[in-house]
Design a protein around this ligand. Sequence first.
Ligand code: NDP
Length: 293
Amino acid sequence: TLMQTTKQLHVGLIGDPVAHSFSPRFQQPAFDALGIPARYELWHTPARQLIERIRSLCEPDCLGANVTIPHKEAVLPLVDKIDPLAARIGAINTIVHRDDYLHGYNTDALGLLHALHEHGLGEVETYDGREHVSLRGHTAVLLGAGGAARAAAFALVDAGVEQLIILNRNLERARHLAADLLRSYDRPIFSLNDPSFLIPRASSIIINATSLGLHEDVSPLPVETLAQFDPDTFIYDMIYNPSQTYLLCQARLMGFNTANGLSMLLHQGAQAFTLWTNQPAPVEIMRKSLMMD
Ligand code: NDP
């Protein structure tokens, strides 16, 4: 097993830029805790070096990689096998070097589901030897239609939400995402410009997947007021830096349960760790390293 290996193994983050990433902060302590001799490295990769970088993941001492901005879509044709959820999303954030092949996954999607479960939403079911979070019975409102929103939307519908409503400043982008989802799933999925559009008061989850709130931006969100939702609605902001966005402050003042994106960051990383090592991730050690307890 990896724990018995004495040679130095490598795994890293492929992106441009990568220096700001929180990933080494909690991945390295996880490898160290399990006694796996792997180093989590920052692999700054401009687009022109992407093919060469992905090829280097086939070296015998490489476990794989995380992939971030701006390469999550560009790596799709560069791996040998793509997990079905990642294929539907159209983006890969984790590559695993296994049995001489490169396998692509999207753990942003899995990470969001595990984060929501940690915040008390949904049930964990085990099938195909893997744990899955089920959100059957929930109705979700998703703010945004960019890359992060795509992963969230497919994750939510894959987890069985009864209904998904996508709100975005650019209506065409929301409509396009809804149409992509409807090709894969037979579920009520709406965007703002659907004729049958209606935000249900009894929405159980609202997820902000827009970049609004970064850099203290207080432009209006694509939802007019939170007062229209039932008080037991859970409000999740994918942004974790700053830790309290304007949306989360408003929501908390109004008495809603809320959480920021640090839990998604943690769980996407834990899912990636498990895929690379075939071991349960030491989530509590990773959480402590992110200083979030
Ligand atoms: P994209 O650039 O792909 O999408 C940005 C989204 O924000 C679009 O929906 C865009 O709307 C919307 N938006 C931007 N500015 C405004 C504005 N002024 N008013 C209204 N809407 C606006 O970014 P990503 O999807 O990659 O990332 C989105 C956020 O998710 C980021 O803050 C990122 O940090 C976070 N994230 C967190 C993760 C985690 O693990 N917690 C993982 C991945 C991302 P429009 O289409 O109209 O332009």
